[in-house]
Design a protein around this ligand. Structure first.
Ligand code: FE
Ligand code: FE
Ligand code: ZN
Length: 275
């Protein structure tokens, strides 16, 4: 299986690769820039080169980079939306230093404009930033539906994809905590939820999984991640998720509240539960 967690990008790619290996991981996630601010470090080509070699030698799966939380492609304020466009353009450019990986982002929050308007604005931004020559696949993350988040169900994700021209550059990252909080019963009806994803979006779009337990019950739209096996999903449901035929070959990224030792433990546990 491909499993990893969020790592700090402050020491560069090679440092993340080495840390991933120490934790027992063979993929990882990282913020492309300060998750709350927006500043980005310029890329050191030697560092990237050394990382790519290490990743190849250790059979790493695809990386799942994460855009900053502050990015809002459907902000009502034009300057905030412009900032999102600039960040996306620059992140996609920088992702090409590590070709053929994934770049995940939260579609946005429509803040009172309505989901339909939000969907339109997000697609418009994607049509501005996606390039035919890019090797990076941009992933829309399934959201918990907290506040005015767009992407609160499979239909909203599909509606964005439908409006984007370069669809082959787009995929979906399924967050298990978010869809549970969003009302999808992956504890008791995993097969049905996956069938619904296939019917609405298409399983060919599913590229990565954010593997998180949830502090809250189904349909609560809270988005509070819990450690694996300690939340409302529980270890049995999580075991079924990591072994499901439609999911098991995707990169699983942990975004659980853990320190390094905690992540290493979760990674070891999940590997032991993977068939
Ligand atoms: Fe996320
Ligand atoms: Fe997530
Ligand atoms: Zn979350």
């Amino acid at each position: 299986m491909y499993i990893g967690c969020h790592l700090s990008a402050s020491k560069g790619y090679l440092a993340m690769g080495k840390q991933a290996i120490e934790l027992g991981a063979n993929t990882f996630a990282f913020f492309t820039r300060n998750p709350r601010g927006g500043s980005a470090k310029e890329i050191d080509e030697k560092d990237v080169e050394a990382f790519l070699k290490l990743a190849k030698e250790n059979n790493f799966g695809k990386l799942v980079a994460h855009a900053p939380y502050t990015m809002n492609a459907c902000a009502e304020k034009e300057n905030i939306r412009q900032f999102a466009i600039e960040m996306l353009k620059d992140d996609i450019r920088r992702m090409e230093y590590t070709p053929n990986n994934y770049y995940n982002f939260h579609p946005g929050s429509h803040v009172g404009q309505g989901a339909e308007k939000g969907i339109e604005m997000i697609a418009e931004v994607l049509n501005m930033v996606l390039k035919p020559e890019q090797t990076t696949t941009v992933l829309l993350e399934t959201m918990a539906g907290k506040g005015s988040e767009v992407g609160r169900n499979f239909e909203e994700i599909k509606a964005i994809i439908d409006k984007v021209e370069l669809k082959d550059k787009l995929g979906v990252c399924l967050d298990t905590c978010h869809i549970w909080d969003g009302g999808y019963d992956i504890v008791n009806k995993l097969d049905e939820v996956i069938a619904e994803f296939d019917r609405v979006i298409g399983l060919d779009r599913l590229k990565a999984i954010h593997l998180n337990d949830s502090m809250n019950d189904i349909d609560t739209h809270k988005d509070r991640h819990e450690k694996i096996g300690q939340g409302h999903l529980g270890i049995d449901a999580i075991t079924r998720i990591i072994n499901h035929p439609a999911l098991k070959d995707k990169p699983f990224i942990l975004e659980t509240p853990n320190d390094e030792a905690g992540y290493a433990k979760e990674i070891a546990l999940l590997k032991s539960l993977s068939n």
